[in-house]
Design a binder for this molecule. Structure first.
Ligand SMILES: C[S@@+](CC[C@H](N)C(=O)[O-])C[C@H]1O[C@@H](n2cnc3c(N)ncnc32)[C@H](O)[C@@H]1O
Ligand code: SF4
Length: 398
């Protein structure tokens, strides 16, 4: 197994665009949740690898070291730092013998929730990579997104994190925010680049159903940014970050040399990872699974001594091929056609010869021996490229 994902679902308030499984909560529920999370880790240790729902009962942990742990959310930095210390202790107790020597342990955080004491406690607990959700350096844009902080709050927290010894920091940015201009995006990019973080994630805003933004959009009170401006913004992000030493290694992710996020890489390469916490999803031995989405169900399953898994699916050969195509093409390393053929027997170079030739002659992909990569133009229409290359055995498309 390559990684562990741990979900902390609490946030101070819900941002207007966010459909992650996260919500505000009281201290009692947070305490109860953390107690259950620790029990879930124990249950995973005892049960996961004998669990009848997982086929190919090979000993997952003996095969590979755990290279990455990602504590995400929600806002893990909202809870008392003692919970994070305890979480890390229990994890080390349960799985420490399988940790790679240079394991990367990331925690997500929200500006305005960090203090120097918290940051020192995280560092001491073994967290060696901090991800801070900033989104924008323009205060009006932050309040239009429903964020709880302004730019200054972020900057203070960023410098405190450096002072506490964090030498691997990611900053999340967003573009295509309603009302954002190319100039204001550039202002945010320049400010963030000036801080010299090791990694920047720049996501284009997705207007999700059932969020306040989704509802405003349905009523016609919120407009998506114009397609032409969107493309300009995206190209601008890629170019500016490139010129400043950040290599794009996936559609939304940029890193300095050697600082790509291990959790991301593992996920895009289809590596096995264990899911812990409310609603989180994992992949082990070609079985994709998710935990209960509601707190009541999550608590009661753990109280009954069961893993809180309420969905599992044995991936079909078709699923495995399609996931490999999509996830690899998202990255700049691209798709290794030979590896795909070795693992799945699907020869994309032969079976999709015409599609690949068309995409290549139109400048959307580059083919170099067994390696297939999206070009910058290709990234702008990535979804339609995936559809062209994916297989559907029912329809006889392979
Ligand atoms: C789960 S959040 C964790 C960080 C922390 N809770 C925060 O918001 O500061 C991870 C990131 O996902 C991105 N994100 C969430 N919803 C999004 C959406 N609808 N469109 C684009 N990006 C989104 C934001 O950039 C956010 O920082
Ligand atoms: S703080 Fe992060 S997880 Fe929470 S609602 Fe906002 S974007 Fe979502």
């Amino acid at each position: 197994m390559k990684g562990i994902y741990i979900h902390i679902p609490f946030c101070e308030q819900k941002c207007f665009y966010c459909d992650f499984n996260s919500f505000p909560s009281d201290d009692y529920t947070k305490k109860k949740y953390m107690e259950h999370l620790l029990k879930e880790i124990e249950l995973n240790k005892q049960m996961l690898f004998n669990f009848e729902g997982f086929r190919n009962q090979k000993k997952v942990l003996d095969d590979e070291k755990i290279e990455s742990i990602f504590i995400g959310g929600g806002t893990p930095s909202i809870i008392d730092e003692a919970y994070i210390t305890e979480l890390m202790n229990v994890l080390k107790e349960a799985f420490g013998e399988y940790f790679a020597d240079d394991i990367e342990i990331t925690m997500e955080s929200n500006p305005g929730t960090l203090t120097y004491e918290k940051l020192l406690a995280y560092k001491k607990a073994g967290i060696n990579r901090l991800s801070i959700g900033l989104q924008s350096c323009v205060d009006d844009e932050l309040s239009s997104l429903g964020r709880i902080h302004n730019y200054d709050d972020f900057e203070k927290n960023y410098f405190l994190a450096r002072k506490a010894g964090f030498d691997n920091i990611n900053i999340d940015l967003m573009f295509a925010i309603p009302g954002q201009t190319l100039d204001s995006l550039n202002y945010s990019l320049d400010k963030v680049i000036g801080l010299n973080p090791e990694h920047i994630s720049a996501y284009s805003l997705i207007i999700e159903d059932k969020t306040p933004f989704g509802m405003m959009y349905e009523k016609g009170d919120l407009k998506e940014i114009d397609e032409e401006i969107y493309v300009k913004m995206y190209r601008n992000v890629v170019d500016k970050l490139y010129k400043n030493g950040y290599r794009q290694y996936e559609i939304s992710n940029y890193a300095k040399k050697g600082k790509m996020c291990r959790h991301n890489l593992m996920y895009w390469r289809g590596g096995d990872y264990m899911a812990i916490g409310l609603g989180s999803s994992g992949l082990i031995n070609e079985v994709r699974y998710s935990n209960a989405q509601s707190l009541d169900k999550y608590f009661s399953m753990i109280d009954e001594g069961k893993l809180p898994i309420d969905y599992r699916e044995n991936l079909s050969k078709e699923d495995i091929i399609n996931e490999k195509i999509i996830l690899s093409l998202r990255t700049n390393m691209g798709l290794d056609a030979k590896e795909l053929k070795d693992v799945t027997e699907f020869d994309i170079l032969l079976d999709r010869k015409n599609e690949l030739e068309n995409l290549s002659s139109n400048g959307y992909i580059e083919i170099d021996g067994d390696n297939i990569r999206l070009t910058q133009r290709g990234r702008e229409i990535s979804n339609s490229i995936y559809v062209e290359l994916m297989v559907d055995f029912d329809k006889g498309s392979s």
